[in-house]
Design a protein around this ligand. Structure first.
Ligand code: GRF
Length: 197
């Protein structure tokens, strides 16, 4: 299977997927394209260093979201992309991409959804004073972090937890959970609506 990874930032999760893809350790899938909406993102450098093509687009240079996503879709089709992984892509996916890739877009989110959707889920969890949070991988639908959950992992929030320590714990869980789910999805073990098989 051929994967496109969408990113906006550092791309540490992208890096894990690139490494596993290059090592042939991603359920038979390969990362064939990186899509980024921020020209300065470190994720773009990671793609370059891995020799994977990237499509860097500035959304506000397009007349509207449909035009922006149509350009992405052209590239996904040209590269015969089978499915999409959002790994720190800070933008809501619109109907253009959903119509074409519905049920084939996975997102990674740093909370136990449906708790703390949207921006700064780690800050939201600390602010709320909850005893645990976690990481979710889910299918993307038209809502903000609302699609069907595929896998979750819990993380305990200690009494002396800081944003830094919690972020580090979340990242290390993400770096294991995301490639596992991507490999399972690539291998046909998970379907939207069908849960795990
Ligand atoms: C991750 O915490 C992910 O859950 C969230 O954005 C972050 C991306 O981190 N959606 P990175 O760019 O992969 O380092």
């Amino acid at each position: 299977k051929r994967i496109a990874v969408f990113v906006s930032g550092s791309g540490s999760n992208l890096q894990v997927l690139l490494d596993r893809s290059a090592a042939g350790n991603l359920g038979g899938a390969s990362v064939v394209l990186v899509v980024c909406d921020k020209p300065q993102a470190k994720a773009v450098v990671r793609a370059e260093e891995a020799g994977v093509p990237s499509l860097v687009l500035i959304p506000k240079e397009f007349p509207d979201k449909a035009a922006y996503e149509t350009r992405i879709l052209e590239e996904l089709r040209a590269r015969q992309v089978d499915f999409v992984v959002l790994a720190g892509y800070m933008r809501l996916v619109g109907p253009t991409l959903l119509d074409a890739y519905g049920g084939r877009i996975l997102n990674l989110h740093p909370s136990l959804l449906p708790m703390f959707p949207g921006k700064d889920a780690i800050g939201q969890a600390l602010e709320a004073g909850v005893e645990e949070t976690g990481v979710t991988v889910h299918f993307v639908d038209e809502g903000m972090d609302t699609g069907p959950v595929i896998a979750q992992e819990r993380i305990k929030i200690e009494r002396n937890e800081t944003r830094e320590t919690l972020t580090a714990k979340i990242q290390s869980v993400e770096h294991k959970l995301l490639p596992r789910v991507v490999a399972d999805f690539a291998a046909g073990k998970i379907q939207m609506g069908g849960g795990r098989t």
